[in-house]
Structures are given as C-alpha cells and as structure tokens.
Design a protein around this ligand. Structure first.
Ligand SMILES: CSC[C@@H](O)[C@@H](O)C(=O)COP(=O)(O)O
Length: 351
C-alpha cells in the first residue's frame, strides 16, 4: 500500500546527483523509478513516454540540461558549451508539440549565456532547474484556486488525458483544478475519458483520483456525446501542450471533439495551463506542430496486435481546439474568458 498521498507523488525528481523519473508506462500496476545521469537518456525517456505531460516534460528537460553541462564540463571544461550541443539537440528533438520543452531549454540557455567560460556551470544550472520545478508546482496550486472558483453549479465534470501530478511538476493543471474544486465541495464526481491509444485517463488519471478519494467514472471517448446530452456534466476541463497567441489550444487528440460537443450541448469548456505552455510566436493553432506517433500504438493494445492484419493507422497525438470554443483559459497569471489575441497579449502586459 502506498504511504504517500497522490498529491505528493513526483513524476520527476532530482536525487541530489541524478534525475529520477517514474516510469509512467508501467502505471498503475508498478511504480518504478528510472535514474539517470545522462541527458541523452532523459531525451529517450521523453520520446518513449516514460515521462509525459507538457509541464513534466519541461521540468525533465531542465534537469537534463544540468546533466549535459556536468558531462561537458568534465569532458571539455574549456569549451563546455560546444560539448553540450548534441545533448541539447537530442532534447529538442524528443517531442515536438509541448512548448514547455522548448521554453525550459531556452530558460536554461539564458543562464548558460550569463556564465563565465572557466566556471563549472552545474551549480547555477541546478538552481535554475529547481526553480523551474518549484514555480510549476506553485503555479498549479494557484490555478487550482482560480479554476475552482469558476465551478459554481456543483455539477460533475469531464476530463481528458492526464493532467495531474504525473503530467506536471506536481499537483496538476486541469486535475489540479478538479482537486481544488473537490476539496472545496464544488465537484463531487469526475468523468474521465480512457484516452486512447496510451490510456492516460484509464491508467493515470483514474489512479490519481482514486488515491485522492475523488469518485471517478471512466468512459470510452465515444460516450462523451451521450454524457453531455443527458446533462451529466457542467464543464469539460482539460490541459494543453501549446496555446497559440490567439488562444487556440493544442491538447491530447480528442480534445477538439469534446469542445465541439460541449458547445453543441451548452456545456462549458475550460483549458488550464501555465503561461509556460503559451507560445506567443505561434499566431494561431495552424502554426502548432502536431506530433504523429507510430501506427503500432493504434494497431496494438498492451503490446498485442488487435487490428485486422493489413490495416494501417493514423496516429496524431494532439489536436487543436479553436479559441472560439473555449470559455476560459486558466493560467497562474489569471483567467482569460472567451480568449482572443488581445486578451492573451494582455496576460503578458506586466513583462
Ligand atoms: C498538464 S498536462 C497537459 C497536456 O500535456 C496533456 O493534456 C496531454 O495532452 C499529455 O499528452 P502526452 O502525450 O501524454 O504527453
């Protein structure tokens, strides 16, 4: 039996010397942490879904930069920046859609740029990675309160994919809102899409909610229309991997369909994401790169082929929900209702 509440589980941890990642491919049956001191191994872990979820990918990349710097400094102290190049490229090439990855590499790069050539870069980079990690957790808790305040009617909610502690530095984005709302008595029961093909809903979201004692009913994605027509939910609450400057939001494949259904049935639609997920360089969702993953993920289930021999598969990992279908984007800087380019820009006005 687990000795920790789910909220305290960390998908990504720094052991003092190594990066430790909870292997999410094995959940909920086994909790195995993979430890590494190699940035290239961290890049593989991101690509292979050991660690997933936009903010968790960003935090992992930040710690991986620390590992890359350590190695470069020990191999070629004089020119450690150049010696890191291959590791940094491997990290940038690991997954394309979650902008938190590129944001974290950029932020670590800014610290690197400010360091003198002859100085060991590891200590300063570790301080920055830990700061990135902590800021993510703090932001999630704040978003939890902001999002929960929107849930006025006490009705059930529907969520998609996994956006909890496992997908972030801790606590969660959309699942953080659900967690806060439950604690405040604003939500009593959650519907969770199973989320094919990786089953993040069935394996991860249900696991997190059960551990927190929050009642959850899993459903096939195809049940969403009936769920809404029966008036069972007041809000759909999801995370995002990249939000464009006009408020269009990329998230796990199937999210766009939920937004269309929600609008048709008068259900509200909330996207919860830290500002590290916003890409002001992408004018609209059309400029967000959508990852296509291997066909075997759709043709197989738990490593066993289920599809008819000879069938091919199309496997986009994400889709884009247009801003016009979103009622609220909740960030740690505040809530953007009925998002558009002007309101998104105003979020960053204080910078
Ligand atoms: C807080 S997580 C937001 C998104 O990263 C999440 O909804 C999602 O789509 C994750 O996709 P995944 O392919 O599991 O990395």
């Amino acid at each position: 039996m687990s000795t920790h509440t789910h909220d305290s589980i960390r998908a990504v941890q720094w052991t003092g010397t190594h990066l430790s990642l909870l292997d999410q491919r094995l959940l909920p049956h086994e909790s195995v942490y993979l430890e590494t001191d190699r940035a290239a191994a961290a890049a593989d872990a991101i690509r292979d879904m050991v660690v997933r979820g936009a903010p968790a990918i960003g935090v992992t990349a930040a710690y991986a930069v620390v590992l890359a710097a350590r190695r470069a400094w020990s191999e070629d102290g004089q020119d450690w920046r150049a010696a890191m190049a291959a590791d940094l490229k491997a990290l940038a090439d690991s997954r394309p859609t979650a902008v938190n990855l590129f944001w974290a590499l950029e932020r670590m790069g800014q610290v690197m740029a400010g360091l003198p050539d002859g100085q060991d870069p590891e200590p300063a980079l570790l301080v920055e990675a830990e700061r990135i990690h902590q800021e993510d957790v703090d932001g999630n808790r704040h978003m939890g309160d902001l999002g929960a305040a929107l849930l006025q009617d006490g009705r059930d909610v529907l969520t998609h994919c996994n956006t909890g502690s496992l997908a972030t530095g801790g606590y969660g984005t959309a699942l953080g809102v659900i967690r806060s709302a439950y604690a405040q008595g604003r939500v009593k029961h959650v519907y969770a899409d199973e989320t094919r093909p990786w089953l993040q809903g069935a394996r991860l979201t249900a696991w997190e909610l059960v551990q927190d004692g929050i009642p959850v009913s899993l459903m096939c994605e195809g049940a969403a229309a009936s769920l809404m027509r029966e008036g069972r939910v007041g809000w759909v609450i999801v995370g995002s991997d990249r939000i464009a400057a006009n408020g269009d939001a990329a998230n796990k494949i199937g999210t766009y369909g939920l937004a269309v259904l929600a609008r048709h049935h008068g259900v509200k639609f909330m996207v919860v994401a830290p500002t590290t997920t916003i890409d002001m360089n992408a004018p609209s969702g059309a400029e967000i790169p959508i990852e296509e993953r291997g066909q075997e993920e759709v043709l197989e289930l738990a490593g066993r082929r289920v599809a008819a021999p000879g069938a091919a598969a199309w496997n986009p990992a994400f889709d884009v929900t247009p801003a016009g279908l979103i009622d609220a984007i909740v960030t740690e800087r505040g809530v953007v209702e009925q998002p558009n380019a002007q309101k998104m820009k105003a979020l960053f006005a204080a910078d």
